[in-house]
Design a protein around this ligand. Structure first.
Ligand SMILES: C[S@@+](CC[C@H](N)C(=O)[O-])C[C@H]1O[C@@H](n2cnc3c(N)ncnc32)[C@H](O)[C@@H]1O
Length: 197
């Protein structure tokens, strides 16, 4: 039997609607979540550190990826930074993607938040609280798939708990040729700024 994790493609847990409220970038958010989706009762503390410590993109806008979006807290904040922000949100969990679409509609940004990513799209920024618990091998495959889709000069912002292997992930990324800046640390989490070369 396959255990039902938040990263199951189709959660077996019954839908149990939940609401998550938080503030980021000077705005208040009330988002829909549900059982079977990561951190569905409160904003994950790692995500909170990422949104507090990493510099949110400016009003000029750009093309952003929320990698492993869950119900979409990072995607919604990125969409809220500018009318010119286009956000792609990806997850293996189909329930998470439905919640992202519902949250984007509720916030009036559904036209700028997409859960399908055309092959040719490149990202000015990738933001992620990545799924460490899937295991190193799968995590590395995931990052090796998406980081090369940064546009020239683009930046990825990642948050990882120190006790879940932030430092070994940093070493792996550096070994893959990425420049990794330990941008901030708070409450046991590290925020990495990842750029090419
Ligand atoms: C640590 S959670 C973060 C969720 C959300 N960004 C948040 O801050 O609440 C990581 C997410 O990655 C997703 N995930 C796991 N494996 C994935 C994969 N191969 N591709 C995309 N997303 C994946 C999980 O389903 C989960 O929603």
């Amino acid at each position: 039997m396959t255990p039902d994790h938040y990263f199951s493609p189709t959660p077996g847990a019954a839908q149990r609607p939940a609401t998550v409220t938080f503030s980021a970038g000077g705005r208040d958010y009330t988002l829909s979540a549900s059982a079977g989706v990561f951190s569905n009762q409160r904003l994950d503390p790692g995500t909170a550190v990422l949104l507090r410590k990493a510099p949110l993109p400016g009003p000029r806008g750009g093309v952003y990826l929320d990698l492993g979006c869950g119900y979409g807290p990072i995607a919604m904040v990125l969409a809220g930074t500018s009318e010119h922000a286009t956000v792609y949100a990806v997850d293996v969990n189909t329930r998470a993607l439905e919640l992202v679409q519902a949250n984007a509609s509720a916030l009036g940004v559904a036209d700028r938040v997409h859960t399908d990513v055309p092959e040719d799209v490149r990202f000015d920024e990738i933001w992620s609280n990545p799924p460490i618990r899937v295991g190193k091998a799968e995590l590395h495959v995931l990052l090796a798939r998406w980081l090369p889709r940064l546009a020239p000069g683009g930046t990825a912002w990642l948050v990882v708990a120190r006790h879940l292997g932030a430092d070994s992930l940093q070493a792996w990324l550096a070994g893959q040729g990425w420049t990794v800046n330990r941008y901030a640390s708070q409450k046991g989490y590290r925020v990495f700024q990842v750029t090419a070369g």
